[in-house]
Design a protein around this ligand. Sequence first.
Ligand code: ZN
Length: 423
Amino acid sequence: MMKVVLSNVVNGCRVGSITELGRHGNRVLEFPGCLLYTRCGAAPHLTYDVLQKVDGLPTGAQLTLPTLAEQHHVVQDFQQGIGKFTGMEDFFQYCSVQDPAVREATGYNFNKGVSVWGSGGRIKLEVADFMAIQKAFCPDWYQCLCDGDTTSPDTSNKRLRKSVDRTLNFLDECLEIHQKSQELKGSEILGVIEGGDLLEERLRSARETCKRPVAGFVLDGFQSFAMERETRKNLLKAVLEVLPEDKPRIIHAASRPDEVLEAVECGVDLFDSSFPFQVTERGCALVFPFSKRAASDVSDETMIHSLDDSSQETTENQQTRGLNEDTLPQRTMFEIDLNDREKYAWDFRPVLPGCSCYCCQNHSRAYIHHLLQTGELLARVLLMMHNFHHYFGFFTAIRESLQQGTFQELKATVTQSQGTNCK
Ligand SMILES: [Zn+2]
């Protein structure tokens, strides 16, 4: 049976490991940590072999229904589960309802179910459909069907109450099917905390979900764009106080480094890694410092310069590339934009001097810029390798800082590179 072993709790930050995890009871997940973000069950742009070259790989992978639900009859006929189907069975499999990298369309959930958007359009999932997919996939963990359509600022309190009620109803119905299912023996359900920005509903959602036999909790509706950081912090603190300490807490789509550090301080354990994927998709590379060594590497003049003025460029770049915030969130202060000809076309240094990833060891900024300009797929492969490597290293640094009592220093190092105009 899964066990949460807390090795240290410092000012609300939890550090430890989840042991005896998964369908075979032999997995270990360290927290605070992240799950490998996948599309269609595979790491974006990377084959299994290439992925193995990335340091600090999480032991768990996150599957998302929007990229997989349409294939579920094939996986059902395959009969050996989604991990085997995608060649990723070395990873602990966690299936989430929505894709954290994509802003979910609003207004399409209904009393009996939830909509997700696949490549072929809208997929309406009622409890029975949802559970049929889980039986075909046989993930180690899955997020229960939930109504998380609460992120729009004009969501009424009545709608927020409904999100909590519906989600509890889905949980009870799913649990009933789960407990009778042979296929799902060994899989575990995670309950979902909803309620938008209404404290009272968040607490009701947390208290009611705790009463059910769930293996852990997903904190839904805390996406970057959904609320102010102070609101998020206060809600998270209040909700996490209600939840039992011996079950893991996952948050989705709050995976920017500053948000991660704040959520860790509130007591969140697990994050998704959709952020380095989004950075890769816009042709950018993560360069934020998270250790003293990295901080001194970053202090070379060009990089500080590029971090400082990044906000002014964002609008211009987005206009020229025809992107909007919905398809690709704005560039942040944690990255450099390798599409920039003036800065990087003749820059022969690695993406991040001192980085030990495959990309930085073998290639220059000028080369990545060239690959981006010519539309080569290799640009995204190399950027994904670096961005995952950097992001996973960040989580290792968080755990070390909590063990060594240097978390506040880490936080200062990460956030010092940010300007005041960073959202
Ligand atoms: Zn690198």
